[in-house]
Design a protein around this ligand. Structure first.
Ligand code: ATP
Ligand code: MG
Length: 413
């Protein structure tokens, strides 16, 4: 018996219905906020993420699924995230010179070789958005409002927006120095990876999941205390704008995000009550990314929302997706002649756009009626030899038991 790969999932219609509902809400909200869909490949050259996400991040160091391309002797990987691909597509297709802002969204599968657990899988699904070409905090507010709007429409009440600014190139050196100073004082308490990070990328020390490192990180210097005047003003305007838009948030200095490309605004929507993997949506500004991947000096802001984590949050709050459409009609048939007639009517009504079912496994009439009840069909029609011969049958309303005679050849629902 071959089993699925660890950390992947099989999704059957019932749960797929929840995915479809969420995807519909995401697409509709994205359209309201003026974001158009972009589709990029599942595979990319590994270098894209090494440069985009950053070579000292966990994603690049430990989590990518990479393999050699058969004929180019170059490393390919399954995308671990969406932003780098969108930026590559933007540059490659000459969109950097187009009218700004450019607003894109996507619903994709991503792959990361992480330890599978509740809310963390190796293939996962993400709704993501990217907006390019605006430095203004109004762009940040638009992205945040879109994420908030999706979560609000789903009805989630336990999800809170945590907001922070991690500054830019100008504020980074002073902050970096303060961090190095602080963590050097605690060098012996750090894990091996963090000791390397201390030299290579001290900001990454802030998102180590090791409890001793995390405890130290909690007391580390805060980015918000090291912002340059421009970043300070940007963050203040963003906060004021969100206030005016009626979007509540908590300024949370602990939000730093796990990927290297972020600048200034970073944010997470965190659900209470779904366990350790509680970030349903994470995002931020990435002003240096487009140019670092070879494009124009374009700023960007985006987020990724984990679809399975949204589902966990829904479950924790007892929210379910709208139910799937039940059949309008179940046609029960007795004998082969009637079964053929039932198939013909079913097909005619399906072509007219109705959800109709009939027997395809050869059940007894009694079992067919039981099945019709299970399907919660609104109407039933019973066909026997007499009905086929006369071309007429009784259409039964299952809600009130009332019946009316219909002509089999042309009745509609
Ligand atoms: P986390 O802090 O949970 O590790 P992250 O910072 O690695 O998340 P991003 O790269 O920003 O996550 O991805 C955006 C969103 O995608 C996350 O907020 C989360 O909802 C979801 N996500 C990330 N990794 C996984 C995973 N392995 N399984 C399921 N969902 C995930
Ligand atoms: Mg992660």
């Amino acid at each position: 018996m071959i089993q699925k790969i660890k950390g992947t999932m099989d999704i059957f219609p019932e749960e797929a219905g929840t995915f479809q509902y969420l995807e519909r809400v995401m697409r509709e909200e994205a359209a309201r906020y003026g974001f158009g869909e972009i589709r990029t490949p599942t595979i990319e050259w590994t270098d894209l993420f090494v440069r985009g996400v950053g070579d000292t991040t966990d994603v690049v160091q430990k989590e990518m699924y990479t393999f050699a391309d058969r004929d180019e002797n170059r490393s390919i990987c399954l995308r671990p995230e969406g932003t780098s691909s969108v930026v590559r597509a933007l540059i490659e297709n000459g969109k950097c010179g187009d009218t700004m802002p450019q607003k894109y969204y996507y619903i994709i599968n991503c792959f990361r070789h992480e330890k599978p657990q509740a809310g963390r899988s190796r293939e996962f699904f993400q709704f993501g958005t990217e907006m390019f070409g605006s430095d203004s905090p109004m762009a940040d507010a638009t992205a945040i409002a879109l994420a908030a709007s999706v979560l609000r429409r789903i009805g989630l009440r336990s999800v809170r927006l945590h907001l922070n600014s991690i500054g830019c190139r100008n504020c980074r050196p002073s902050y970096r120095a303060a961090l190095v100073d602080y963590f050097t004082g605690h060098r012996d308490e750090l894990c091996d990876t963090c000791r390397t990070r201390l030299e290579k990328n001290p900001l990454r020390l802030l998102d180590c999941k090791n409890p001793p490192c995390a405890a130290l990180a909690a007391k580390a210097p805060r980015t918000v205390d090291h912002l340059c005047p421009d970043c300070r003003a940007h963050f203040d305007t963003l906060c004021r704008t969100l206030d005016a838009m009626g979007i509540s948030y908590t300024v949370d200095p602990a939000i730093v995000r796990g990927l290297d490309y972020y600048t200034r605004t970073v944010f997470e929507f965190i659900a209470e009550g779904i366990g350790a993997q509680s970030t349903v949506c994470g995002g931020g500004r990435y002003d240096g990314l487009v140019s670092s991947l070879g494009g124009a000096d374009l700023s960007g802001i985006g987020f990724g929302m984990g679809i399975t984590r949204v589902i966990l949050a829904m479950q924790a709050e007892g929210i379910s997706a709208p139910e799937a459409e039940v059949p309008a009609l179940y046609i029960a048939a007795l004998g082969e002649e009637a079964a053929v007639a039932a198939m013909a009517i079913t097909e005619r009504l399906r072509r007219a756009g109705h959800v109709v079912e009939c027997d395809v496994v050869g059940r007894s009439l009694k079992a067919q009626m039981k099945y019709a009840n299970k399907l919660r069909a609104a109407y039933t029609l019973i066909l026997g030899g007499d009905e086929v011969a006369s071309g007429k049958a009784q259409l039964r309303n299952m809600a009130d038991g009332s019946q009316r005679e219909v002509t089999l050849a042309d009745f509609t629902l």
